[in-house]
Ligand binder design. Sequence first.
Ligand SMILES: Nc1nc2c(c(=O)[nH]1)N[C@H]1C(S)=C(S)[C@@H](COP(=O)(O)O)O[C@H]1N2
Ligand SMILES: [Mo]
Length: 330
Amino acid sequence: MSHLILPKTWQRPEKEITPENVFNNRRHFLKLMGFATAGIAGGLLAPPAFAKGMETKLTEWMMGSNRVAGLKPLENLNRNPDFTIRRAMTKENAAFKYNNFYEFSAEKEEVWKTVDAFKPRPWEIEIGGLVEKPGVYAIDDFIESFKNVEERVYRHRCVETWAMVVPWNGFPLSDLIKKVQPENKAKYIKFTSFDDPTVAPGQKRFSDLPWPYTEALTMAEAMNELAFVATGIYGHDLPGQHGAPIRLVTPWKYGFKSIKSIVKIEFTENRPSTFWNTVIPKEYGFEANIDPDVPHPRWSQRREKMIGTGDIFATMKYNGYGDYVAELYE
Ligand SMILES: Nc1nc2c(c(=O)[nH]1)N[C@H]1C(S)=C(S)[C@@H](COP(=O)(O)O)O[C@H]1N2
Ligand SMILES: [Mo]
């Protein structure tokens, strides 16, 4: 069967690689827009409701946000200024329509069309294994217990070389871990996705794969500031194709570590087996840290292609997050 196929279209000559610094970061862009808008006094370039909540409106306008999902916007985005990117944000409808979610389809452009039967509510999440406070929670009670929901703009890099920059809403994984109190002998945290072939056509079609999808991190990785639990994207709840109602985001690792639609979190002493690492261990290692110098057995990892625009960038070690995570691997 086919899996994680590299799109042929990504092969482009070296000279088209765009240095990251030619892109404006959001703040710079907003400054420019403020200038432009003042200059034309509310002309065509001005987005609606410019004065009030200017930054939110402008950001939404730039992203083409809240147009595709029809999901309730979050009341308070609580943007974390430590996590912004000097690279153009991916438009919401590009991210919305290009997904890896094998439970539904192996075709990235098809996933969003196949999630209608999947219902992320009601939903329960189980905490278990080597932990002081095991339990089963209704998802909204669980999410509400993390008061400090924040927004972080992160890079995302799929092992297949496509990439995006998206705003996630959620909370640090370390908050969750502190709350449930793993035992000292816990060395790993394991995540399990839902398993229901009646709503997920890929689970029926690829019935030979080791469902449910699973992933895991070492406890040190899980406690790192970057490891994030996302319950929203682009300022609203996660739509099905992005892993509703709750998913992991580990931006220094290839995207397959960022497991979607989690039903169970366990703490273990031994390294758990994980989905792609079980299917093809030579191609999808457990650690899966982003590294341009380590090619995938079937393709180079030196470059990446942004979904939505097709811009090509040089891949960065740890996806540019070395300041946060390099010490974990020394
Ligand atoms: N349960 C589950 N989680 C998953 C996957 C999957 O197939 N099933 N694909 C992974 C891969 S390979 C990537 S690149 C990201 C894609 O996330 P996105 O579709 O929200 O961009 O989800 C990851 N999480
Ligand atoms: Mo991926």
